[in-house]
Design a protein around this ligand. Structure first.
Ligand SMILES: [Zn+2]
Ligand SMILES: [Zn+2]
Length: 151
């Protein structure tokens, strides 16, 4: 694992959960990226910067939409397509509504995103400076927000 490289700069990386575990993120390979200490926990990292965090999440959501190209899936297909371990697969499927065609794509993606969808416009929202607060203040806010979260 220590050989994994930071996706930003190529230095030795640590495992980052794109959807944090405290947000309901699952422990499965698609939800990981590797980031060096600076790009993982520094000022311009998903744990300190809301916009960067959102960009990784949007990227992940797009990837899931591409991978899950069909409208409905069986449990076995979900497990296989997403490389989940079978008990994870069973546990998430338990919460889904079952249609005669199978489990619905949107339900699966939403679950993997931690129970919510993310949108591009959320990136713009970040730049709404009508509150007139400094970026440093936002950084501090984020730090508090995610302070209890496992990196
Ligand atoms: Zn890096
Ligand atoms: Zn992390």
């Amino acid at each position: 694992m220590q050989n994994e490289k930071c996706v930003v700069c190529g230095k030795a990386g640590e495992k980052h959960h794109i959807i944090f575990k405290c947000e309901g993120g699952l422990d499965f390979p698609l939800n990981y990226i590797y980031l060096c200490a600076e790009h993982h926990r520094g000022k311009k990292s998903p744990h300190r910067n809301r916009r960067i965090n959102l960009m990784y999440k949007l990227e992940f959501q797009t990837k899931l939409k591409n991978i899950l190209a069909k409208d409905y899936y069986s449990m076995d297909e979900i497990i296989k397509t997403l490389s989940l371990n079978p008990s994870q697969g069973r546990s998430i499927c338990k919460k889904f509504k079952i249609y005669k065609e199978g489990y619905k794509r949107e339900d699966i993606i939403k679950r993997l995103m931690g129970g919510k969808f993310y949108y591009d416009f959320m990136l713009d929202e970040f730049y709404d400076d009508s509150w007139n607060i400094s970026n440093d203040f936002i950084d501090d806010l984020d730090l508090n927000l995610y302070g209890n979260c496992e990196f």
